[in-house]
Ligand binder design. Structure first.
Ligand code: FAD
Length: 495
């Protein structure tokens, strides 16, 4: 007879989302038994791995797509404010774990890296100036600087200004305490810390193949060891599908009615990478530009200094492209197999509405190294092909969901899909992603552990982990001041 492993919480996937949720739960209730199941031989090897994402601590400082302009030129800053506040929530939890000795020195996963936006041409300069004027008045963005002076901008980003047409109108903003985050390293530290606790187990090379809800409301999961091919059964009170590109498939298998109508639209990514020391030494920031006309938001180009596994390199991109795989180590049949009777209508509708996007991604995927370099040269005019190699990034599975008006829509954010009874939740989508993992996992707790969260014990603990919990950093300048002073100091982010 097959033995059944009984656990309170089963987390599918070892990326930043599962690891964040497990860390929060373990702090809130150390008696919960938890098992993390990962199909790969190592932790955080898909989207969360440093070379698979851009490592930007998304705070809305430099990402121009978080402050869209309407047709009449009005700029909306709401999204930048909420992402900035959500990132502060992550910084608070990481600070707590560092102070509690549960995470290593911050330089192992987060490094101060100024966040800059850079634009050229009259219209974009006007946009950036207007954006700056709006953001600067808000306390979250009070330290932002702005310049149209080529001498100042050259000091901020020498490579970008080198041999640039002196007649070109340019502008830039800068926030000195932006960050570069190695989410892979952070996640491995989370999991290393968890594995020291008696109630936490990690199962690598183990794939969740099936799951069903039992009559008593608990979940039974079939987990196959990919080395021995042996199957094991798990009986879990709560399941988190933090499987990245694999989450949609498992959500569909769960059969919960909330999964109905969801589909996925995968987008691949590539970087141009340079580790020539004399060039790396000249670029000390993340410089974000504007996405090309017709390009999706995930292909906003940026030139970044990165520290991956302690080694500095310049990364430019991401170049988005067409793919049918949902995970880097997934199958080319992922897209077709994700089409089900429940989502075929929204998927077809989205396919029809977004033929331009599909065409754009196919054309991009077929572009050569040389044509990719031409885009880099808009940022760094002196770039030489021999200094830059192409490397693959991770996959982002954008959410397709049904809607009344159009029958189906494509979304570029993230979404928690949770069953009504709170016994299972899945994370779909990819942006702003890892940076807001703590806020996103707090949403999971609020939806699936609402009773425990109301208890005095959890309420007291959660305010230790995240002092601003349930207060607004957007509305309260004094609270922000206190929170930021602590996080910038603890995480050594002061420029
Ligand atoms: C090109 C690119 C750039 C990005 N840039 C940024 C950025 O600058 N800043 C930012 O904050 N975010 C960024 N992101 C988003 C960020 O990387 C993701 O939001 C985040 O890593 C998702 O974490 P996850 O834990 O949900 O998924 P993943 O890291 O993908 O982890 C999912 C895990 O589940 C495992 N798995 C899947 N199916 C199963 C199964 N059936 N059984 C067991 N295990 C399974 C997988 O092997 C994988 O290890 C970027 C993403 C991409 C692709």
């Amino acid at each position: 007879m097959t033995t059944v492993n009984k656990v309170d919480v089963l987390l599918v996937g070892s990326g930043v989302m599962s690891a964040t949720l497990a860390s929060l739960l373990s702090e809130l209730d150390s008696t919960l038994s938890m098992t993390m199941v990962e199909r790969l031989p190592s932790i955080a090897a898909e989207s969360t791995d440093a070379k698979n994402n851009a490592g930007t601590g998304h705070a809305g400082y430099c990402e121009l797509n978080y402050t869209p302009a309407s047709a009449d030129g009005q700029i909306e800053i709401k999204r930048a404010l909420s992402i900035n506040a959500a990132f502060e929530t992550s910084l608070q939890f990481w600070s707590y774990l560092i102070e509690a000795g549960q995470l290593p020195s911050p330089k192992n996963f987060i490094n101060p890296t100024p966040h800059l936006s850079f634009v050229w041409g009259e219209d974009d300069v006007n946009f950036l100036r207007k954006r700056y004027d709006l953001l600067k008045t808000h306390h979250l963005f009070a330290d932002m600087e702005y310049s149209e002076d080529p001498t100042v901008i050259s000091r901020w980003m020498p490579l970008v200004m080198q041999n640039r047409d002196p007649k070109q109108k340019v502008a830039a903003t800068r926030v000195a305490y932006g960050s570069d985050v190695d989410f892979g390293s952070l996640t491995r530290s989370f999991v290393n810390n968890l594995t020291k606790k008696p109630n936490f187990k990690l199962k690598l090379n183990s794939e969740v193949r099936g799951l069903k809800q039992l009559e008593n409301g608990r979940w039974q999961l079939k987990v196959v060891n990919l080395k021995t091919k042996k199957a094991q059964l798990f009986d879990a009170g709560f399941v988190f599908l933090g499987a990245g590109g694999g989450a949609l498939k498992l959500l569909q298998k769960s059969g919960v009615p909330e999964s109905n109508g969801y589909g996925g639209f995968p987008v691949s990514g590539q970087w141009l990478v340079c580790d020539k020391p004399e060039l790396v030494a000249q670029h000390k920031s993340k410089v974000y530009g504007k996405a090309a006309l017709g390009a999706p938001p995930m292909s906003v180009p940026h030139l970044d200094i990165r520290l991956i596994d302690g080694k500095p390199a310049l990364l430019f991109g991401p170049y988005a492209g067409f793919t049918t795989k949902f995970l880097n180590q997934g199958s080319y049949l992922d897209l077709i197999k994700s089409v089900k009777p429940g989502n075929i209508k929204p998927m077809l509708k989205v396919g029809k509405q977004h033929t331009d996007l599909t065409r754009y991604l196919i054309v991009e995927a077929m572009k050569t190294h040389t044509s990719k370099l031409a885009v880099l040269r808009q940022f760094y005019p002196d770039a030489i092909k021999a200094d830059w190699r192409l490397e693959n990034a991770g996959k982002r599975v954008q959410i397709i969901k049904k809607c009344d008006e159009k029958g189906g829509k494509l979304e570029f954010g993230t979404e928690i899909v949770a069953a009504k009874d709170g016994t299972i939740a899945a994370l779909l989508g990819a942006s702003p992603g890892a940076s807001v993992a703590v806020q996103t996992m707090l949403d999971v707790l609020e939806r699936c552990f609402s009773q425990q969260l109301e208890s005095t014990d959890w309420q007291n603990k959660i305010r230790l982990l995240i002092p601003s919990y349930k207060q607004s950093l957007i509305d309260d300048p004094e609270l922000l001041k206190a929170v930021r002073q602590r996080t910038l100091t603890t995480l050594k982010l002061h420029a």
